[in-house]
Design a protein around this ligand. Structure first.
Ligand SMILES: Cc1ncc(COP(=O)(O)O)c(C=O)c1O
Length: 465
């Protein structure tokens, strides 16, 4: 039987890192599933034509990053998520347990009171509505009332839309995939921020797209760098997260947005604006979709403000492009589950979605205040509402050594390389997510541990891996 052998073609950096990157991407993409056994490191080394030390190091790093678990004499496995305790409900499945490592590596929103709203809405639906429609195949456009509700939600985000410009997706990640499937061809060049949402790379690779990193500065994506790239190469589209950028948390200011739009027009680029965090921002500069509606595909979801388990997202694009994205939705899943879209539509219609989003903003701001208090003095981007913090490793540390030391002390964070479009130019920094831990006391302890690592005696060069 063929063993799992990652493709290293086109990857750069040390070989162990290439294997680790491939592992991470495949776990994120779901092709390596929790519990799956990986080949013995010697077999993998043989298959890849590398030394056994290299594959051992890749596996050891995978274990340190909590991607894998290794059992002496029994092999190495893709790690399962912690299972729920018997009293926990399904909403808790993804949350870390109340004991054990403190997980600041995953970008979930801080817990809210969505479960209470869900109970009410399901009860109301079961009493009042004709549920047959929620069990049937539907047109890929979703039910008209649901699309109207999403149009209203988009208006609240400052993105006025017509019904036929809006496509329901199964979350923003599905929106990205459906969009790339709709507007690109294998071989096309996709420009991204130098640091970007990690699954994007895996998606682009799967679709046969080339990616190029566009340099960023303290204010986000550099217009000059984008312009230079467009002069040098034919770029099909630019993907970016202009608000609470992943992973840096930076929000592009209005004048920079205008500059980017002017460049996109000059070089006839499509703009894929991922505004998944937009609903957490009480105010923000205008969406690119309002500055350049003729070329922007605007993607967002209800994951960060209402709950990722809803899996309700939306794309807003010029009518002809929206039609193509709708086609990709049909191709990939026929239709998003109508029940979930109906729950979201009810919440939007009756105003509870807005109340939940506002509560999430308050909760996130509180966690950021906590981060500012605890990490004070460190070079951490702690603005007001982004649910993640970007911490630049002080001198003497690399992002990797910092992540490894934190993991050793029981705190999980993500090093910058995980987000780098071009691993060769990755800053020494780490992302810390503030929402995943349900208990703020554990979040405080995790942050304090990071502060202690960085402000305490360094332990000499032994900490620099
Ligand atoms: C930048 C970015 N885009 C998209 C997503 C995926 O969101 P969704 O849960 O709506 O698929 C995430 C999730 O963390 C994200 O950080």
């Amino acid at each position: 039987m063929a063993i799992w052998t990652p493709s290293l073609t086109g990857r750069r950096g040390p070989k162990y890192r290439q294997i680790l990157d491939a592992l991470t991407e495949e776990i994120e993409a779901g092709t390596l599933v929790p519990g799956m056994r990986l080949p013995p490191h010697r077999d993998l080394a043989y298959a890849l034509g590398v030394s056994a030390n290299t594959t051992s190091r890749a596996y050891a790093e995978g274990v340190a990053r909590a991607l894998l678990r290794g059992e002496v004499g029994r092999g190495t496995y893709v790690r399962e998520l912690p299972g729920p305790a018997p009293h926990e409900g399904p909403m808790d499945l993804c949350r870390p347990p109340a004991e054990g490592p403190i997980d600041l590596s995953r970008n979930l929103p801080a817990p809210g009171d969505g479960a209470m709203y869900l109970a009410q809405t399901l009860a109301e639906l079961s009493r009042g509505a004709d549920l047959r429609g929620l069990l049937d195949y539907q047109t890929e456009a979703g039910q008209p009332g649901q699309v109207v509700a999403l149009v209203r939600w988009l208006e609240g985000l400052g993105v006025p839309s017509l019904r036929d410009e809006v496509v329901i997706t199964i979350g923003a990640q599905h929106g990205i995939l459906a969009t790339l499937m709709a507007v690109t061809q294998p071989g096309d060049l996709l420009a991204t921020e130098a640091l970007t949402y990690a699954p994007l790379r895996a998606m682009a690779r799967r679709l046969g797209l080339r990616t190029r990193a566009v340099a960023m500065d303290g204010k986000g994506l550099s217009p000059q760098a984008l312009d230079a790239l467009c002069r040098e190469a034919s770029v099909r589209a630019l993907y970016l997260t202009p608000t609470f950028q992943t992973p840096t948390g930076v929000t592009l200011e209005a004048d920079r947005r205008a500059e980017l739009v002017a460049i996109a027009r000059r070089h006839d680029l499509l703009v894929i604006e991922d505004d998944v965090f937009g609903s957490l921002a009480p105010v923000r500069p205008p969406a690119l979709a309002t500055l350049a509606p003729e070329r922007t595909i605007y993607l967002t979801s209800l994951s960060k403000c209402l709950g990722p388990g809803l899996r309700v997202g939306m794309a807003k694009a010029p009518k002809a492009l929206a039609e193509c994205i709708r086609g990709s939705v049909t191709l990939s899943c026929w239709m998003p589950p109508p029940l979930m879209a109906e729950v979201a539509a009810c919440w939007i219609r009756e105003g509870s979605a807005t109340r939940m989003a506002e509560a999430r903003q308050v909760g996130t701001a509180r966690r950021r205040t906590l981060a500012r208090e605890v990490l004070g003095g460190l070079d951490a981007g702690v603005g007001d509402y982004a649910p993640h913090v970007w911490l630049v490793a002080p001198e003497g540390w690399t992002a990797d050594s910092l992540r490894a030391e934190a993991a050793r002390r029981g705190v999980w964070i993500t090093e910058g390389a995980a987000f780098a479009t071009d691993p060769a130019t990755c800053p020494e920094a780490v992302r810390i997510c503030l929402g995943h831990e349900a208990d703020e006391g554990r979040l405080r302890r995790g942050l304090a541990c990071l502060r202690d690592i960085l402000s305490g005696p360094r332990g000499g060069s032994s900490l620099i891996l």
